[in-house]
Design a protein around this ligand. Structure first.
Ligand SMILES: *[C@@H]1O[C@H](CO)[C@@H](O)[C@H](O)[C@H]1NC(C)=O
Ligand SMILES: *[C@@H]1O[C@H](CO)[C@@H](O)[C@H](O)[C@H]1NC(C)=O
Ligand SMILES: *[C@@H]1O[C@H](CO)[C@@H](O)[C@H](O)[C@H]1NC(C)=O
Ligand SMILES: *[C@@H]1O[C@H](CO)[C@@H](O)[C@H](O)[C@H]1NC(C)=O
Ligand SMILES: *[C@@H]1O[C@H](CO)[C@@H](O)[C@H](O)[C@H]1NC(C)=O
Ligand SMILES: *[C@@H]1O[C@H](CO)[C@@H](O)[C@H](O)[C@H]1NC(C)=O
Ligand SMILES: *[C@@H]1O[C@H](CO)[C@@H](O)[C@H](O)[C@H]1NC(C)=O
Ligand SMILES: *[C@@H]1O[C@H](CO)[C@@H](O)[C@H](O)[C@H]1NC(C)=O
Ligand SMILES: *[C@@H]1O[C@H](CO)[C@@H](O)[C@H](O)[C@H]1NC(C)=O
Length: 497
């Protein structure tokens, strides 16, 4: 009854007039498309536009982003930037960390809204910096008597971020401010459940001018008075929204026109919104970046372990270096010479490691880094469960992730082009790099093996001794016989040291 003391009778009927309470299809009257589910718990951090564009629709105006998160601004008459989630939750909790806008008549709001106009609200009047309003509606019933309640907040709501949380189950609705429970609405207390919000909800946030002179007196009064745009702009800041969907599934569907929670059918499957979120959460690393993130000992192991993957990674560095140096042809030519020298050095390092019986499998690195620490085909595969070392298994990127294939240097246009994505799950079919003048590149599969070269190169598949070795690396005469090196698929790959 607090409301009655503040508002005139006409305002009571107008209280729910929001800029954002609308529905495209009301399932109480007709059959509507199913509602896409969130189906997971997720914290949306509004520090980049992608958070909004990936998971929300901007239904009015434009959102900007700054150090305080997403900014919803009323600068002039008619502005009402608003976002609406692309997903629905079917019971759940929503915690929004936000700072309300100033400005008499300006309404900052967090709204849960369903297709049949069940609604749960947080509202902040720009003329009131001390209190937050809570409200709810069921099935669009706007006959309002005692639903809106105002609660004091520990500090200025327009100067400080606070945590406004709604916890919504089939039994009760609760509102929390900074973790403190301020209001509980049991199901039966909402007109025996008839006005109880109970259908899948979108999450909406926005700002509008309830105090616009064009609005009805009741609305202006409810909003706290006329808005003076010349004192604006008025901005609401949203840092984050943690949304927990208490149902899991692909979609929610009204199985009849009752609007009761029992009539909602959960369609099982993977939520596309959740998949988008998961995909966005995985850092998109190029091979070159992954390689550069490895410790140098592992890099050496990869050079040594060789094989197609080793060669590819080497190309990855070369490619990324070239990419970083697109500035001019001259510079690139100079750099190419350097790269050539580095490549030669890497090859010699590899030879040296072979001669010393090093390289290839690096147990320590594998234990801490998983398969990424492996260079090509060397060694024998150790299933995750049997992985040595005490640490937990290292998480890997999911299979659906794509990585950028590094194009063959020799096949690249003069200016490297953007790499085409290839599936990470693709079986390794990486072409050996094409020989380059004046030296032959010996990486790769059998083509990389060198007859009588001490088989220092153990990448690729061991085997044939009938391949001519590169004249550029006449190492074999100096290399003493050596056996038992565990690189390669089989020891035939390096039998002759
Ligand atoms: C059904 O649609 C009619 C006409 O559009 C509308 O007047 C009525 O309020 C709707 N009923 C419900 C329950 O939404
Ligand atoms: C989501 O959060 C709720 C608590 O808010 C928890 O009970 C539930 O297990 C969480 N679901 C998932 C999938 O983590
Ligand atoms: C946004 O916030 C997330 C989570 O705190 C953080 O990982 C990310 O780096 C931030 N992005 C920007 C651009 O600040
Ligand atoms: C968001 O926008 C898309 C594209 O316009 C539309 O298909 C979808 O229904 C919208 N989502 C919601 C919850 O309105
Ligand atoms: C803010 O709202 C509360 C609750 O309605 C009220 O008691 C208080 O006087 C209001 N403050 C201002 C400045 O209007
Ligand atoms: C709308 O809500 C009012 C107040 O709770 C209630 O008296 C009325 O019966 C409701 N109307 C419908 C159609 O449920
Ligand atoms: C916000 O409050 C809710 C409810 O008390 C709590 O579960 C949640 O962790 C809080 N969020 C943050 C970011 O503090
Ligand atoms: C609105 O309020 C103003 C001032 O209180 C009054 O003069 C005017 O007649 C009202 N208009 C309506 C339509 O009630
Ligand atoms: C959901 O996705 C997971 C992993 O992406 C997959 O294993 C599972 O089969 C999918 N379930 C359905 C019902 O599509």
């Amino acid at each position: 009854m607090q409301l009655l003391s503040i508002l005139g009778a006409s305002a009571l009927l107008l209280a729910p007039v929001f800029a954002q309470t609308f529905t495209n299809c009301n399932p109480l009257n007709t059959t509507c498309p199913e509602d896409p589910a969130l189906g997971i718990n997720h914290t949306f951090v509004f520090n980049t536009s992608t958070t909004v564009t990936d998971s929300f629709n901007i239904t009015a105006g434009a959102i900007t982003y700054g150090a305080n998160g997403a900014e919803f601004t009323v600068a002039k008459k008619g502005d009402s930037p608003t976002i609406e989630s692309q997903f629905y939750i079917f019971f759940g909790s929503v915690s929004v960390i936000m700072k309300a806008a100033t400005g008499q008549g300006i309404i900052s709001s967090i709204v849960l809204e369903s297709d049949d106009l069940d609604e749960v609200d947080w509202e902040f009047m720009g003329g009131n910096s001390t209190h937050a309003e809570t409200n709810y509606f069921g099935k669009g019933n706007t006959t309002s008597f005692d639903r809106a309640f105002y609660y004091p907040v520990s500090s200025n709501v327009q100067e400080n971020f606070h945590n406004y949380t709604t916890l919504w189950t089939s039994e009760q609705l609760q509102w929390f401010i900074d973790g403190e429970l301020v209001r509980t609405l049991p199901y039966a207390a909402a007109n025996n459940g008839n006005n109880y919000p109970q259908t899948p909800m979108t999450v909406r946030m926005g700002i509008w001018a309830g105090g616009d002179p064009g609005n009805s007196n009741g609305t202006i009064e409810w909003a706290g008075g006329l808005t003076d745009y010349s004192k604006g702009p008025y901005t609401m800041y949203v840092q984050s929204a943690t949304v927990n969907d208490f149902s899991t599934g692909k979609a929610y569907e009204y199985s009849d026109h009752s609007g009761s929670w029992q009539s909602i059918k959960i369609i099982t499957g993977n939520s596309t919104v959740a998949q988008t979120i998961a995909a966005a959460a995985v850092p998109h690393l190029s091979l070159a970046q992954k390689f550069q993130a490895l410790p140098s000992s592992t890099k050496l192991a990869i050079y040594g372990g060789g094989g197609a993957a080793g060669a590819l990674l080497l190309f990855a560095i070369i490619f990324s270096c070239i990419r970083q140096r697109r500035k001019g042809r001259q510079e690139r030519d100079a750099y190419n010479a350097k790269v050539e020298a580095e490549r030669e050095q890497a090859y010699r390092d590899q030879m040296e490691l072979r001669e010393k019986g090093l390289g290839g499998w690096d147990n320590n690195e594998y234990a801490t880094q998983g398969d990424d620490a492996l260079g090509g085909w060397g060694g024998s595969y150790v299933p995750t469960a049997q992985k040595p070392g005490n640490g937990p298994p290292v998480p890997k990127l999911p299979g659906s992730v794509t990585v950028n294939e590094v194009p063959s240097r020799t096949n690249s246009p003069a200016i490297p082009r953007a790499a085409d994505p290839v599936s990470r799950m693709q079986s390794p079919q990486l072409a050996s790099p094409t020989p380059q003048s004046p030296r032959n590149w010996n990486g790769g599969n059998q083509g990389g093996l060198i007859q009588n070269a001490g088989n220092a190169y153990s990448g690729g598949y061991g085997g044939s001794t009938n391949i001519l070795r590169s004249p550029s690396f006449p190492l074999s005469p100096q290399v003493p016989p050596q056996r038992g090196y565990p690189g390669g698929y089989n020891n035939g790959g390096y039998a002759r040291f």
